[in-house]
Unconditional design. Structure first.
Lengths: 424, 1024
């Protein structure tokens, strides 16, 4: 075992990349499955990138010689991949440098714009996110009314094909804004502009719906082609909406166009629409919880409490972290979840909100999201509680069964200057 | 005096005068033809006494005396005549009394028991001058005006005033007679002009060219970049005063602006502010002005009433109250900030609150768009407890006093202008009719229809037909609907017109009736046009009288309510019911993070009189009399978090970006105590913040060090005798790298230029100091000009002001330390300092501290090498390190941010904790008072639910100076209280009769960051 360990870690140091093995055992760790359950002393086996067995370490027998790698995870925590949905990670490098921004395309209705092919697997930013346990993300185009199609990607791969988990998982709709200052107000608070923008959106969806129903298409419209799968359920439609009026209008919209997999992204007022969202079976990606309340009168901890409020309503939810500096900040997703543990979620519920629930919402939960038999071996080991800044220390990362370096360029710079001072 | 203003007299005088001229120039004149001489002799008086516009037709003769009799006369607020007369001679009041004999030829007007009141006077208006300066901007570069366009005391409103008929009529209907109007633009706005609100032409309306000087804190239409913030406006005005005094003393050069200012400073000085916090800001400038300011307030003076009581300023308050909101939609009703609702509720009580605290004020109608709203607001104000006498005083005597016009107006006493309004009934008590307004003895009659009211049931007799109709509430109806249709009526003065179509088989057709209303509306008589086209007389008599409903009941005492019982501090959601005070408290059985050599201990802490009285290890018994005892079992007590880099609680601009060096501006001038983020940060355990200027310029403005004493005023939040700080900045922000292609011309555009800015600035400062030293040696000659920027820079050179420098990359950090070394000064703190880890050794040698982000990077090119291990590396090299926020949201999670240093670089927990408490206290040179739990230090404490660095930690109690400002236990009840208060006010709004409403629109909130320019963010994609 010791020699195998040696092989594993030397290869990490020298190649600074992944190490592939066909089988591995992770023994005696504290397992957070991702579905709300734990195994205090777990047995996990990986074969060909797939989790072949999950059980109790104390009651499982195994033959050491059958395994390439055996990791003793005693006292350590094992988590399923944390996920950064709705992010510009991989599409941007330095926010202020225009040349590095690849997430906002010109145009207003852009369902045909695809993030998958712009995804930069060598992003330096990505390497700093991966090492905190965030192993999967959903790079998402921004801007316009329909900003484009996102894909679900691993944070590790040789190229974008290699990194893809789910290609073109859904289109993103930025719901019209209801009522801001400087826009002409009206009696019931709905601006003319809102109504107009809403009808524009509806007419676009009408066009797309009609197009999708056509059997013979004379000339291909690539925009409408991209919308086709939204109606038959192959693609999700992500509605970015926060205010109650928007949420209620989304519910009617979904009904009207019979959208099979709608998702609300944001959902600030979702607790008000609680039962209606639940009945409509629309899940919510809760916007960055490390956020100030929208209104000065809202409770100071409103954003921290949003997840537990949705939990009470029985709505399927996960956390997302879009906003200022979202790409770089994706590495703090574990702590977003951690904060909610003081505001109504249990630790396991918080983990679920950034792993299995997210995968359910993204539609990849059959293969990802929890550490269960038959799923992809995409998980990590942390020395301590990964939801707490003090103890999030990722020591091993598996992506589809491959171990990936837990060090990044920032760590290397740290070492470099640490050595400089030590040698002075 | 009176005769002097007689036009004919002027002409006679002119002719006599011209004879003298004739004699003087007789030689030249003899050469003229006789005709020419006669021509000039006639024309001359008109030339020297102003041109008269030729009248069309014969000249009207005027009554010398006019008497208004049989009226209730309110001479002044405290002097009334129940039934009396006013005798007017020319434009002035000649006599007022109960009974007298009028001179022969007096025109007598019977007022029929109407009520006569002095016309109101408005000291603050922009009537006839709206938007004038924009089109009349005269500043051309290199002219002899003041360098900054926002300072233009030379602007004389009388030169721009033109008659605005529509708005004059609005003011007339409000009962106004005189206003002082000015061009509401800029900081030193110039002088206002006194306008009589007559229907005369523009020339005759201008009563006095210069009444008062006007000021504000708004830059206005000036196209210059400076100032771009309110603190810049304050600094500019201060500097302008210094420049002016220097100008007066030195007499070296000419300055047109100052020449005018010299004269204007003797006039009343009105200072327009938007709210009471601005009033307190302007108050601090007053002493520089050497003249008393009269503040034109924002109407929320009640929010700082105790403070105003002690300052006792002279104020003009607005009668323009906030409008109500349309509240048909519960979602919208829920989103209206409580602050706005409370403002709506309390604004009409402002006057009575000020009165009860003895603060003197006048009113302005500025901003009111309809006369009707004006009168409604007047009555509302009286309803809220201001007496009618006080109301009248604030509309007449007080504004006259403020404008130095008391000798001419303010009361209806002999010798003063005959500016008065005649109302049918007392307008302060109920809606009534303005019968006529008199301006300088000239009457304007208002259309006062109907004098007689047609009301009740009538029998109309016309052409042998008898019809029964009913008039009620301005509606007319047949008593039997089948008789006819299209019935309508109109009354005008004493006339009534009625029209209808009859369905009757014999008499069917159109009827048009015109009649006189007689005997108090009980009889109509007149002619009717019949269906056959003939005109026939008709009449009607009342068969049943309808009592007029008195909708406007006089103000009764029962409706006067004390509306300010719900005045919170601050007056918004989460405000305190009453201002909390320091109490004696004991925290027992708690884990104490002392930050002292004892480290983490278990024990008790006693606080009293705002200080930490004792720190006791173990469970020793402590006397608990008169103390609030808090059992801290399982909890942690720490000193309050200190945020070394914050931009919350700042009004109107965090950057003065108009100049590369803005050392003269100070955040301390613009602290906004009503920012909800103060409360939110208390909930995150923050007790002290350094409010820094932004990073738009190499040398920014001065910092404010505040304690987050939510509910207190800015002055009370500022830490007394705090060390002085100033913001410097390096790199991309000051190079304007990310400001778009339009911003490529302000020096500097490179890091090379940034260095030279500092050398130049410090050299200029040194020269300045030498100049003064030379002068101070023998005090001979003229003192050099006082320069606020250079004074501040000298404070830095003398070590009296510390530098906090925004910095990222190692080259620039190195450069600035180098510059500082050459000036023999020290850079106190490098803030952000994301590449600090690359030169920790050099920083240690220089003695600079580092205040950094825990893990931010990748937002611009210069942070590409930023690593989260920065804090740990710096700390290990012995540099004093703090973690700061620069962000209102992160500011309330600084404990989490500090904890990241444990993950990145393996810092110990206690060292990590010090990075947000003791270390920033040391950086701010406040560690003798805060930063640790030690006897004698300020009682700034936080009780945590949990290990304070854990992800589960919540601040449960936040205490500053021994005062409990945040208590997690109170949250639910506060939220409930806010909710009930909202419903209470919304209900009031719903119940208010004839309320004017506007739709609510959500305001975008823009928290400030380092590079926020103006009042909103420049570019979302590139912050800090």
């Amino acid at each position: 075992m010791a020699t195998r360990f040696f092989i594993l870690f030397t290869s990490l140091i020298f190649s600074n990349g992944s190490f592939s093995q066909s089988s591995a055992l992770i023994l005696n760790g504290i397992l957070h499955i991702g579905n709300g359950e734990t195994i205090p002393s777990a047995f996990i086996s990986i074969k060909n990138g797939i989790i072949s067995k999950v059980g109790n370490y104390l009651t499982t027998s195994y033959n050491k010689t059958e395994w390439d790698t055996i990791i003793d995870a005693k006292g350590k925590h094992i988590y399923p991949a944390f996920i950064a949905p709705n992010t510009t990670l991989g599409l941007t490098e330095i926010d202020a440098v225009r040349a590095t921004r690849d997430y906002r395309e010109v145009g207003f209705f852009n369902p045909h714009i695809r993030s998958q092919i712009a995804y930069n697997v060598e992003s330096k930013v990505m390497s700093t996110v991966l090492t905190n346990g965030v192993l999967i993300c959903q790079p998402t185009p921004r801007g316009g009314r329909v900003s484009g199609s996102s894909s679900v990607m691993k944070l590790y791969g040789w190229n974008w094909q290699d990194a893809t988990i789910l290609k073109d998982d859904g289109v993103h709709v930025n719901w019209p804004i209801v009522n801001w200052k400087r826009k002409e107000p009206s009696k019931n608070g709905l601006t003319k502009k809102y109504k107009q923008e809403l009808s524009e959106l509806e007419s676009f969806f009408c066009l797309a719906l009609n197009y999708s129903a056509k059997k013979n298409i004379d000339s291909t419209d690539i925009r409408l082609e991209a919308m086709k799968k939204c109606f038959n359920g192959d693609r999700r439609v992500y509605f970015h909406a926060n205010e109650i009026q928007q949420l209620l209008d989304v519910i009617s919209f979904v009904e009207k166009f019979k959208i099979k997999h709608p998702v609300i992204v944001g959902g600030y007022d979702a607790p008000i629409a609680g039962k209606r969202l639940k009945d409509a079976k629309i899940p919510v990606m809760i916007r960055r919880t490390h956020n100030l309340p929208d209104m000065s009168d809202d409770p100071v901890d409103y954003c921290f409490r949003l997840p537990s409020m949705l939990k009470k309503h029985g709505i399927l939810f996960c956390l997302e972290n879009s906003g200022d500096m979202e790409a770089m900040n994706a590495r703090n997703i574990p702590f977003l979840a951690g904060t909610t543990t003081s505001y109504g979620l249990t630790e396991e519920e918080a983990i679920e909100a950034i792993s299995l629930s997210t995968c359910k919402i993204l539609g990849i939960d059959k293969k990802y999201g929890s550490i269960e038999k038959g799923k992809s071996a995409t998980f990590f080991i942390s020395d301590g509680n990964a939801l707490d800044m003090r103890t999030n220390n990722v020591s091993t990362i598996f992506v589809d069964g491959k171990t990936v370096s837990t060090k990044n360029f920032q760590f290397n710079l740290y070492k470099k200057y640490k050595n400089k001072y030590q040698n002075q | 005096m009176e005769k002097f203003e007689n036009k004919n007299f002027k002409i006679v005088l002119g002719k006599i005068f011209s004879l003298g001229i004739l004699f003087y120039f007789h030689k030249q004149i003899f050469r003229m033809s006789f005709k020419k001489i006669i021509f000039w002799w006639f024309l001359f008086p008109y030339l020297i006494f102003g041109q008269e516009i030729p009248s069309n037709g014969v000249q009207e003769s005027k009554h010398e005396f006019v008497a208004l009799t049989n009226a209730e006369i309110i001479i002044s607020p405290d002097k009334k005549i129940k039934s009396g007369y006013i005798l007017i001679k020319g434009d002035k009041i000649f006599k007022v009394g109960k009974k007298t004999k009028f001179p022969k030829g007096t025109k007598i007007i019977d007022c029929k028991k109407a009520i006569i009141m002095h016309s109101f006077i408005d000291p603050y208006s922009d009537l006839g001058l709206l938007g004038k300066r924009k089109t009349n901007s005269h500043r051309i570069e290199n002219t002899a005006y003041y360098w900054n366009e926002a300072i233009h005391p030379e602007i004389d409103a009388s030169l721009y005033y033109s008659r605005d008929k529509k708005n004059i009529e609005k003011y007339q209907k409000m009962g106004y007679g005189s206003i002082s109007t000015h061009i509401a633009d800029g900081i030193a706005r110039g002088t206002g002009t006194l306008i009589n609100l007559s229907d005369k032409n523009t020339r005759s309306q201008i009563e006095k060219n210069k009444t008062a000087s006007y000021y504000s804190l708004k830059k206005g239409s000036s196209k210059q970049k400076y100032p771009s913030s309110q603190m810049g406006s304050i600094a500019l005005l201060k500097q302008a005063y210094f420049d002016y005094y220097h100008f007066i003393e030195s007499k070296k050069e000419n300055n047109i602006s100052f020449n005018h200012w010299k004269d204007n400073l003797d006039l009343p000085q009105f200072f327009k502010v938007d709210n009471v916090l601005e009033l307190l800001r302007a108050y601090k400038i007053e002493k520089l002005s050497k003249a008393k300011f009269i503040y034109v307030g924002g109407g929320d003076e009640y929010n700082a009433i105790d403070k105003l009581k002690t300052l006792n300023p002279d104020i003009v308050i607005p009668l323009n109250y906030p409008k109500g909101y349309e509240i048909s939609d519960p979602y919208i009703a829920k989103k209206i900030p409580l602050k706005k609702l409370k403002q709506w509720e309390l604004a009409p009580s402002n006057a009575s609150i000020l009165k009860s605290y003895g603060v003197s004020f006048s009113f302005t109608a500025h901003g009111i768009d309809k006369a009707k709203s004006f009168w409604k607001n007047i009555r509302k104000t009286i309803q809220r407890g201001l007496s009618e006498e006080q109301m009248l005083k604030a509309l007449t005597i007080e504004p006259a006093r403020q404008l130095n016009l008391s000798s001419l107006m303010g009361s209806l006493s002999p010798g003063k202008y005959a500016n008065l309004c005649i109302y049918k009934e007392n307008p302060f008590q109920k809606e009534t009719t303005l019968l006529s307004s008199w301006n300088k003895g000239l009457e304007k009659k208002w259309d006062t229809s109907p004098i007689v009211e047609a009301l009740g049931e009538y029998q109309i007799n016309i052409n042998g037909i008898g019809l029964k109709i009913k008039i009620k509430d301005k509606k007319i109806s047949f008593s039997n609907d089948s008789i006819g249709e299209k019935l309508s009526f109109e009354t005008k003065n004493e006339d009534i017109t009625i029209r209808f179509l009859l369905n009757d088989s014999i008499h069917s057709g159109l009827y048009l009736l015109h009649g006189k209303i007689k005997t108090n509306g009980s009889i109509f008589e007149g002619d009717a046009l019949l269906p056959n086209g003939s005109l026939l007389t008709w009449n009607a008599y009342r068969t049943k009288e309808e009592k007029k409903q008195n909708k406007n009941k006089p103000v009764s005492d029962s409706t006067k309510t004390s509306h300010y019982i719900n005045l919170w501090s601050p007056n918004m959601a989460y405000g305190h019911d009453s201002l909390p005070k320091a109490k004696k408290m004991i925290f027992k059985n708690v884990t104490i993070w002392t930050n002292e050599k004892e480290g983490k201990i278990s024990g008790s802490v006693v606080i009293e009189n705002g200080k930490i009285k004792s720190v006791i290890k173990g469970n020793k018994k402590i006397p608990e009399e008169n103390a609030i005892v808090i059992n801290g079992e399982g909890k942690h007590l720490t000193s309050g978090i200190i945020d070394e880099h914050s931009h919350i609680a700042i009004s109107k601009g965090v950057n003065e970006s108009g100049q590369a060096i803005s050392a003269e501006v100070s955040i301390g001038d613009v602290v906004n105590s009503n920012d909800i983020n103060i409360y939110r940060q208390l909930a995150g355990g923050v007790t002290t913040s350094q409010l820094l200027h932004g990073s738009a310029n190499p040398i920014g403005g001065q910092s404010a060090l505040i304690k987050l004493k939510w509910g207190y005023l800015p002055e009370e939040m500022l830490i007394s005798n705090a060390p002085k700080f100033i913001k410097f900045a390096l790199g991309e922000n000051v190079k304007q790298s990310n400001w778009g292609d339009a911003n490529t011309s302000r020096f500097p555009q490179t890091r090379m230029g940034v260095e030279q800015i500092y050398y130049d600035a410090f050299n200029r400062a040194k020269n300045y100091k030498e100049q003064w030293a030379k002068f101070n040696l023998n005090k001979k000659g003229i003192a050099p000009r006082k320069d606020l920027e250079l004074i501040t820079l000298n404070e830095i050179l003398e070590g009296k002001r510390n530098i906090t420098c925004h910095s990222y990359s190692q080259s620039e950090i190195n450069m600035l330390m180098h510059v500082a070394d050459s000036m023999q000064i020290k850079i106190n703190t490098f803030t952000h300092i994301l590449e600090g880890y690359k030169l920790a050794d050099k920083m240690k040698t220089h003695g600079a501290a580092a205040s950094t982000f825990s893990d931010w990077w990748a937002y611009k090119y210069e942070v590409n090498d930023a690593i989260p291990h920065n804090a740990s590396l710096l700390h290990k090299q012995g540099v004093l390190v703090a973690i700061n926020s620069d962000d209102a949201e992160m500011g309330r999670r600084l404990n989490q941010e500090a904890a990241k240093a444990i993950k990145y670089g393996g810092m110990t927990e206690e060292d990590a904790w010090k990075m947000i408490t003791l270390n920033p206290a040391k950086m701010l040179h406040l560690d003798n008072r805060m930063g640790s739990i030690k006897e004698g230090k300020d009682a700034d404490l936080v009780l945590w639910s949990n290990h304070p660095l854990s992800i589960k930690a919540k601040a449960e109690k936040t205490i500053i100076d021994g005062i409990l400002f945040y208590d997690i236990k109170e949250q639910d009840s506060l939220i409930e209280r806010n909710r009930l208060e909202r419903i209470r006010i919304l209900t009031l709004m719903m119940n208010e009769k004839n309320i004017e409403v506007i739709p609510f629109t959500k305001e975008e909130s823009h928290p400030f960051h380092c590079n926020t320019i103006g009042e909103i963010e420049l570019n979302k994609e590139n912050l800090h």
